[in-house]
Design a protein around this ligand. Structure first.
Ligand SMILES: [Zn+2]
Length: 258
């Protein structure tokens, strides 16, 4: 009897483990949920540079000049309020083949000051501003401070883009050599590199980031790497209309939350 009991328990546990692993197929990747991306295939020769918190001129424009000069593509996670300040810079990003992601309207901490309403409002306002400037709805989202709003973003058809390498220039720029080291010592194929061209809503000095960028690009290109956008790196396409707006939309100034 005791033996049968153990056999039943053994098969129950095996079945549960099997069932659990089956439900994870297609939902979970090794690195987390399938809508969160931070590192592509390390054997690939492609890399994605990402810039957060802009546009913040003159630095963002200087970065665009460098990217153009070296034929590199990047992804900019823009803050809606800053887009209203420098719409032409965002239009240029789009026209020159860079990707543009949503980094909220006012760069709040969505964990601390979050709440569903705030999150949706921030996301949708920025979505509309980017669409006004480029004609395209963004489908990449990076939460301020790296966390918060993931499920809400996913429900609105966004992919959440984290990073696997950081220039470590969030609060301020270290000297250019340190930025170069921070990036080059950690980058491999498929890396998503976090850099900042702005600082929240401030006009902030990013001249060291600008100074470091050519060396980063030139070195990695000499190693055979190509700089591509985040959608190119992960082969992401804009979501279908059904997938988008799963949650009722909010128009600017006209909240329709139930
Ligand atoms: Zn940010």
């Amino acid at each position: 009897m005791k033996k049968i009991f153990f056999i039943v328990i053994f098969f129950s546990i095996s079945f549960l483990l099997f069932a659990q692993s089956r439900t994870n197929v297609g939902i979970e990747k090794a690195e987390g949920p399938a809508y969160i991306f931070r590192q592509a295939d390390p054997h690939s020769k492609e890399i994605a540079l990402t810039f957060d918190d802009g546009p913040n001129d003159p630095y963002t424009t200087e970065i665009l000049d460098i990217l153009k000069k070296y034929n590199a593509k990047a992804t900019f996670f823009v803050v809606g309020k800053n887009v209203l300040k420098y719409p032409q810079t965002v239009k240029r990003m789009y026209l020159e083949g860079h990707a543009i992601g949503n980094h909220t309207y006012g760069h709040p901490d969505l964990i601390v000051k979050g709440g569903l309403f705030k999150m949706r409002k921030e996301m949708i306002e920025t979505e509309e501003i980017i669409q006004d400037v480029t004609g395209q709805k963004p489908f990449l989202f990076r939460p301020p401070y790296g966390s918060g709003g993931n499920i809400e973003a996913k429900n609105r058809g966004y992919y959440i883009i984290e990073w696997s390498v950081s220039a470590k220039n969030g609060a301020k720029d270290p000297d250019p050599d340190t930025i170069i080291k921070n990036v080059l010592l950690n980058t491999r194929g498929g890396s998503v590199i976090l850099c900042h061209d702005g600082l929240r809503l401030k006009n902030f000095d990013r001249s060291n980031m600008v100074k470091a960028l050519p060396a980063i690009i030139l070195y990695l290109q000499s190693e055979g790497y190509k700089f591509v956008t985040v959608p190119e790196l992960f082969n992401l396409n804009p979501p279908t209309p059904e997938k988008n707006f799963k949650v009722n939309g909010l128009r600017r100034g006209k909240p329709r939350l139930k």
